[in-house]
Design a protein around this ligand. Structure first.
Ligand SMILES: [Zn+2]
Length: 294
């Protein structure tokens, strides 16, 4: 599949923006930085549309979290300059075999690195499941063979994810939710970020259904994002959409790119980003709306 991605490796490289956040001060600072560089090397070799140089140029925050296999969970925070600015938690690659979800997230990261105005607050996790992506044959699931997007706490009124998997998902291994919610370090990271960062909206990038999905009745979703049109599909117990909206009351936008192994055109990548930022801008009263809806 990477050969497909190689066809679309033309996307431009933006200059490095210098940004750092002091998340932790630790004696192993240098080894953590080396860990990020090693991870960028692996990503660059796996995804032809993301070069090692591009990855390193993003100057990711010092890692705080690690996967089952010991790889850093990359984070990049873009702080707002105003206190009540909308806060967006942005997640790519929760499914390791959806290559484009990682590659496109990297492209949007580069755009933000160049153009971040401080109007909104962004927190990016461009590769939430590094073990799934970076093994020789990439997988949807993590190293423990758990579908991270079924490993969250289910909302009340929804079945237990494991029971649902056995009865409704025909025990297909791709959708295994794990022995218990939040059993996996990668889903724990997202859970912790939701608790600490308290985003106003979560954006999660997937493939290959080619639609825009949205969970959350407190905000009116955009009708489209670039070429993707709104189609609300509902949630599965244990999914991020089910947890974030029905448990935490945080709306979740799910961007389903059309192909897992083929990048959208540069134009469509730009249109999706422009529409997303425009929608966040229109919803600059996001926080107020959420308070009113509670
Ligand atoms: Zn997915």
């Amino acid at each position: 599949m990477c050969r497909f991605i190689a066809l679309f490796s033309f996307l431009c490289i933006f200059p490095t923006a210098v940004f750092s956040t002091t998340l932790t001060q630790h004696v192993s600072h240098d080894s953590k930085r080396t860990g990020v560089q090693l991870l960028c090397g692996k990503i660059g070799r796996k995804l032809s549309s993301v070069s090692v140089k591009e990855c390193n140029a993003l100057a990711f925050d010092e890692p705080r979290f690690y996967s089952v296999g010991g790889l850093p969970i990359l984070e990049k925070h873009f702080p707002a300059t105003k206190s009540h600015a909308p806060k967006v938690l942005f997640i790519g690659g929760i499914h390791g075999d959806e290559y484009s979800s990682v590659s496109v997230t990297f492209k949007w990261l580069k755009t933000l690195n160049k153009h971040h105005s401080g109007a909104y607050d962004w927190h990016f996790l461009p590769l939430a499941n590094p073990d799934g992506l970076l093994q020789s044959r990439s997988s949807r699931v993590n190293r423990n063979k758990v579908d991270l997007n079924r490993n969250f706490i289910p909302a009340s009124g929804f079945p237990d994810p494991l029971v649902h998997w056995k009865k409704k998902a025909r025990e297909r291994s791709r959708y295994y939710p794990g022995k218990a919610p939040l059993s996996e370090p990668e889903s724990q990271v997202i859970h912790q970020l939701i608790e600490e960062y308290r985003p106003d909206i979560v954006v999660s990038v997937h493939a290959p259904h080619g639609i825009l999905d949205f969970d959350g009745s407190s905000l009116k979703p955009p009708k489209k994002l670039g070429p993707l049109h709104l189609r609300q599909l509902g949630t599965y117990p244990g999914s991020l959409g089910n947890y974030a909206w029905f448990v935490k009351r945080i709306p979740v936008m799910t961007i389903e790119l059309p192909h897992a192994g083929i990048m959208p055109s540069r134009r469509d990548i730009g249109r999706m980003w422009t529409d997303l930022v425009g929608w966040v801008g229109e919803k600059s009263t996001i926080r107020k709306e959420i308070v009113l809806s509670d």
